[in-house]
Design a protein around this ligand. Structure first.
Ligand SMILES: *Cc1c(COP(=O)(O)O)cnc(C)c1O
Length: 384
C-alpha cells in the first residue's frame, strides 16, 4: 500500500463486523472506530434496538410510497419532532445530508420569495449542485461549475461580516453550528444568536446544518440547543438512522406553509424510518447525549494533558473533537490505523477528527489517548 492509496481514501483494512465502538476484520483484529463510521452510528455498530426494528420492518413491509400512512414513518416523525427544539413542528424525510440541505435551500427560497444564500468560508453542506454551491472548498466545486448561483460567502464566526451580507434579498443563511469537515471550527459565543437576529430582521431563513453535529454528537441532541438558538430549518442525516441512509429537514410553520412542491420517491420509507424511530428512542431513553458530553470532556482533558506541547489545540464539543496538529493529519491517521488499530479521520491538512460512537466509555477514551500519544508524541511516552 502506498501513502497515496491511503490518502485518496482506500484503506487496506477489510472490515467484516461491528459491535459498539469496535470494528473487526475477518481474522478477528479489533479496531476502535473513532471516525470510520463518519458520525453515522451514534449508538455504536449494529445496535440491537436498530437491528431488530429494521429486521422486523423489512420482513413486514419493505416499501410503500409516502402518500400512504405507515406506522414506522409516523413513529419516526413523532419522535423526530419531539426531539427537535420547540418551534420546529414539521419535517420531511430524505435519503442523505446533501439532499436535506438541497431541500432546505429550496424551502427557504420558496417561502421567502428571495434567492440569495449566505454561506460561510470552510463550510461543507454536501456534493449535489445546490448544497455544493453553498460549500466552500474550490476543489469540490470548480470542475462542476456552474452550480446553483447566488451564494455569497462570509468568514465563519464573524458576526459583523454576516451583518453586512444579510439583507432584504437574502433567502437563507446556512451555517454548521460547529464546522465538521472544515476542521472542527467552533464559532465565538453569540455568533449563532447574531445569525438568528439578522435573519429575523431580514425575513430570511436561518438554516442550521446539523448533519454532523446533531443526534447527540455535541452533548445535546442538537448543537443549536447549546447555543440557545432555534433555526427556521434544521437539517440532519448521518447519525439519524444509526447507519441507514436517511436524512430529514425539520422546519418552522412559516417555512412549511410557504414551501413549494418538493418530494422524493424514497422519502420516509418504512425500513429507514424504523431505524430512525429506534435510534432516536434509544438516544433519548438512554440519555446518550449526556454520555457524549461527559466522555467528550474527559477525552478532551486527557488529550490536552497527554499531548500538550506536541499539538496546537484540541477543540470541539462533546464527541466532535478536532486535534490541530503541528504536522500533516493524513500520516497520523494512517499510523494510528496500521500500528494501533485506531480509526480516525483527517479534517483538512493538519486537523485530526475524532467522531466515535457516542456510547464509548472512559476505557475507550484512555485507549484513544494512549494510541494518539504513541503516534504524535512517541519520545515523551517512551519514558513512561
Ligand atoms: C456529511 C455532511 C453533509 C453531507 O451529507 P451526505 O449524507 O454525505 O450527503 C452535509 N453537511 C454536513 C455538515 C456534513 O457533515
Amino acid at each position: 500500500m502506498s501513502d497515496h492509496d491511503f490518502v485518496s481514501g482506500g484503506k487496506p483494512i477489510p472490515i467484516e463486523r461491528g459491535e459498539g465502538a469496535s470494528l473487526y476484520t475477518g481474522d478477528g483484529t479489533e479496531y476502535v472506530d473513532a471516525g470510520a463510521s463518519f458520525a453515522c452510528t451514534p449508538l455504536g455498530h449494529s445496535h440491537p434496538a436498530v437491528v431488530e426494528a429494521v429486521q422486523e420492518q423489512v420482513e413486514k413491509l419493505t416499501f410503500v410510497d409516502s402518500s400512504f400512512p405507515v406506522e414506522a414513518r409516523e413513529n419516526a416523525y413523532a419522535s423526530l419532532i419531539a426531539a427537535t427544539p420547540d418551534g420546529l413542528e414539521s419535517a420531511w424525510f430524505c435519503n442523505s445530508g446533501t439532499e436535506a440541505n438541497e431541500a432546505a435551500l429550496k424551502f427557504a427560497r420558496s417561502a421567502t420569495g428571495e434567492s440569495t444564500i449566505v454561506a460561510a468560508t470552510r463550510s461543507f453542506h454536501g456534493r449535489t449542485m445546490g448544497a455544493l454551491a453553498a460549500t466552500w472548498k474550490d476543489t469540490y466545486k470548480k470542475p462542476f461549475e456552474p452550480l446553483a448561483g447566488d451564494v455569497e460567502f462570509v468568514p465563519y464566526g464573524d458576526g459583523e461580516e454576516l451583518a453586512d451580507a444579510v439583507d432584504d434579498e437574502t433567502a437563507a443563511v446556512i451555517l454548521e453550528p460547529i464546522q465538521g469537515e472544515g476542521g472542527i471550527n467552533v464559532p465565538p459565543t453569540g455568533y449563532l444568536e447574531t445569525a438568528r437576529e439578522l435573519t429575523d430582521e431580514a425575513g430570511a431563513a436561518l438554516v442550521l446544518d446539523e448533519v454532523q453535529t446533531g443526534m447527540g454528537r455535541t452533548g445535546s441532541m442538537w448543537a443549536c440547543e447549546n447555543a440557545g438558538v432555534t433555526p427556521d430549518i434544521l437539517t440532519t442525516a448521518k447519525g439519524l438512522g444509526n447507519g441507514l441512509p436517511v436524512g430529514a429537514v425539520a422546519v418552522q410553520d412559516w417555512i412549511a406553509d410557504g414551501a413549494a412542491s418538493h418530494n422524493a420517491t424514497f422519502s420516509g420509507g418504512p425500513v429507514v424510518t424504523a431505524a430512525v424511530h429506534a435510534t432516536i428512542s434509544t438516544l433519548v431513553e438512554e440519555d446518550v447525549p449526556a454520555n457524549a458530553a461527559e466522555i467528550g470532556e474527559y477525552l478532551t482533558t486527557e488529550l490536552e494533558a497527554a499531548l500538550g506541547d506536541e499539538i496546537r489545540e484540541v477543540r470541539g464539543e462533546g464527541l466532535l473533537i478536532g486535534i490541530e496538529l503541528k504536522r500533516g493529519a493524513n500520516r497520523i491517521a494512517r499510523d494510528l490505523a496500521l500500528e494501533h488499530q485506531v480509526l480516525a479521520l483527517p479534517a483538512g491538512r493538519t486537523v485530526l477528527r475524532l467522531l466515535p460512537p457516542l456510547v464509548i466509555d472512559e476505557s475507550h477514551a484512555d485507549q484513544l489517548v494512549e494510541a494518539l500519544s504513541a503516534v504524535i508524541a512517541p519520545d515523551t511516552n517512551a519514558d513512561q
